[in-house]
Design a protein around this ligand. Sequence first.
Ligand SMILES: NC(=O)c1ccc[n+]([C@@H]2O[C@H](COP(=O)([O-])OP(=O)(O)OC[C@H]3O[C@@H](n4cnc5c(N)ncnc54)[C@H](OP(=O)(O)O)[C@@H]3O)[C@@H](O)[C@H]2O)c1
Length: 315
Amino acid sequence: MSAILLAVAGMDPKPWETSLRSRAPERDLWLWPGQVGDASDVIYACVWLPPHGLLATFPNLKAIFNLGAGADHLLADPTLPQVPLARVVHPDLTMRTVEYIVLHVLMHHRRQRHYDAQQRDRVWRVGGQPAANEVAVGIMGLGTIGGAAARSLAQIGFQVAGWSRTPRLIAGVQTFHGASALDPFLARTEILVCLLPATPQTKRLVDLALLRKLKRNGSAGGAYLINAGRGALQVDADILAALEEGTLAGATLDVFEEEPLPATSPFWTNPKVTVTPHNAGDISPQVFAACVLEQIERCERGLPLDNLIDRMRGY
Ligand SMILES: NC(=O)c1ccc[n+]([C@@H]2O[C@H](COP(=O)([O-])OP(=O)(O)OC[C@H]3O[C@@H](n4cnc5c(N)ncnc54)[C@H](OP(=O)(O)O)[C@@H]3O)[C@@H](O)[C@H]2O)c1
């Protein structure tokens, strides 16, 4: 017997189960919790936020497939089995996240929240508007998603730069890398986009000191922040302080230190903040099923898996 385990927390597992079953009806699929038989039969695991310790209970596991891009939750499990761990890399996930980034960069650039407030008050007043090519956007993280977002924003005309761990070359994008290049990258950035993975090196990176190094956006008086990476990258209280003192003119936050965002959080009611429930990126269950089954076939043919997470690097 060789079974695939589907262990999904925090969202409805049904669409994922349906897609896997319809694409591979011949395969034995077990849905955790509940439909799990002999643990030694489980060879592959498809997971999202599984409880720490769960995967260690399957002694014959050969590979783990994460339903999303970021595997920080898995890597934080001290009992995670030492088997290949792959993430999903697919244009479906990339482009949905790029849509989110473009939407929110443009929302801040075009001061849409200001016009929403005017509409509420029935005010007809035209404000000044810089061209995109007068505005500097900086993207922290130039990987699959950050790189694609940089290209899309450059095409619109923004002055785009990106910051990564190792050197990256992207046509039309100014690139910076390494800790020593962070300050010059921040000094030229008016709209900061975070698309970094959560690792020990990036944890709590976006704090008040970092935000104060950003260039003030001319028309708004402060810079803008968009975090669609991970909540662990930021210090929530420092973002609120930066908004309060005017260092930030606005922020879009898809991720938070604590998720779901508690009902008592001041982010919910701050007029300068747009809150979304960690849904910047999404992947369709059909696409995920196709990717995973292809990876399993690779495994069965003795080929290496694609899109492996490097445990030492942390992403
Ligand atoms: N909110 C959502 O719904 C959502 C959806 C999808 C993804 N995400 C998040 O977005 C993250 C990025 O996704 P991705 O697919 O683009 O990841 P990726 O391809 O692994 O790219 C990660 C990027 O971050 C850079 N990086 C990592 N550590 C760094 C450090 N210490 N200093 C500077 N740069 C560093 C990497 O540098 P190198 O280029 O040098 O390797 C790379 O450019 C994911 O890890 C996930 O947490 C969130």
